[in-house]
Design a protein around this ligand. Structure first.
Ligand code: ATP
Ligand code: HSE
Length: 319
């Protein structure tokens, strides 16, 4: 029942909220992590790449802990594991690195024992661990997801992003833990602000699902989290206000930040201008940042089969 050669999965990064859809909307992105998981005599970790620095290499590691939850739920014992991971996803920057690790570990552990758990069960477990469904739903299902969570079950509707949608992310060179970026949020907001957000979030889903990219801009504004988080990210307020004048369809804080995200029509020609505006605005505030042009990922987590003779890193390099 346990796969003798182990299993390999590829998991996309994600952006959460897309402005008004706090803890609800997510989109998978073409930036990836890879995990290999095998049964072993003694637990050992091989963590590759700059983004894995500082991640624990003992049984306290999130990947190991999450895998054990799968085995427990399935009633199977696999106490010792050999786990390899490589990631291009920056840690603690608002691109869903923790969700990627959770979804990757759930999918790999489930595949290792013959896939007894359904994707819906993995979604419930992932949301329980992360505590909100937006990033994990996107990494699990790919595309754009709109999700609900009642504390036990998560449900989502997934749809394909508009065909010409491209995504610019500008990743500042400082970290911001999600837990810290949640502490600054108020427990209560006014009815006026609640209506503002419900209307924008609903309108945004309608615009994205029907391919109306011309309507995205007005729909991406938010009063639930971004105004409170803006003081943590120098340059953010100006970028949110002015990126539309430099070719962005819409702009938002990516997840809990500090990364900023602009949605762009792939057919338009002002990409250099937009990238320079975002980078220069941050630089003027003393923040170095790097820009990445990404596409939506439409597959979500996938198992990579049939290459047990290739080393893990050869597989990653072969992409
Ligand atoms: N591969 C991994 N193995 C173990 N722990 C990880 C791994 N990847 C991420 N983490 C944990 O997740 C933390 C980052 O989670 P956090 O929610 O703060 O940021 P994020 O997921 O990158 O951004 P956001 O949730 O805003 O999109 C890291 O500090 C680390 O503790
Ligand atoms: N919806 C979450 C995403 C970050 O994990 C937040 O904004 O805090």
């Amino acid at each position: 029942m346990i796969q003798p050669d182990g299993v390999r999965v590829k998991i996309p990064a994600s952006t959460a909220n897309l402005g008004p859809g706090f803890d609800t909307l997510g989109m998978a992105l073409s930036l990836y992590a890879w995990i290999e998981m095998k049964e072993a005599e003694q637990t050992v970790f091989h963590l590759y790449g700059d983004e894995m620095q500082g991640i624990p290499r003992d049984k306290s590691n999130l990947l190991y802990q999450v895998a054990q939850q799968v085995f427990e739920r399935a009633g199977v014992q696999v106490p010792e594991l050999e786990i390899s991971m490589y990631s291009d996803i920056p840690l603690t920057r608002g691109l869903g690195s923790s969700a990627t690790a959770i979804v990757g570990a759930l999918a790999a552990a489930n595949a290792l024992i013959g896939s007894p758990l359904s994707k819906a069960e993995l979604f419930d477990m992932a949301t329980g661990i992360e505590d909100h469904p937006d990033n994990v739903g996107a990494s699990l299902y790919g595309g754009i997801i709109t999700a609900i969570w009642d504390g036990v079950h998560a449900e989502c509707i997934r749809f394909d992003p508009p065909e010409d949608l491209e995504v610019l992310v500008v990743v500042p060179d400082f970290e911001l833990q999600t837990s810290e970026a949640r502490k600054v949020l108020p427990d209560y907001i006014s009815r006026k602000d609640a209506v503002y957000n419900v209307s924008r979030a609903s309108f945004l889903v309608g615009a994205l699902a029907s391919g109306r990219m011309d309507l995205i801009g007005n729909a991406m504004s938010d009063r639930l989290h971004q105004p409170y988080r803006a003081p943590l990210i120098p340059g953010m307020t100006r970028i949110l206000e002015e990126a539309g004048n430099h070719g962005a369809l819409g702009v938002a804080l990516s997840g809990a930040g500090p990364t900023l995200l602009a949605l762009v029509d792939r057919q338009q020609s002002r990409k250099n201008e937009l990238e320079a505006f975002l980078l220069n605005t941050m630089r003027a505030e003393g923040i170095n940042a790097s820009a990445k042009w990404l596409l939506p990922d439409v597959e979500g987590v996938v198992e990579i089969s049939g290459m047990p003779s290739r080393s893990f890193m050869d597989m990653v390099k072969g992409k």
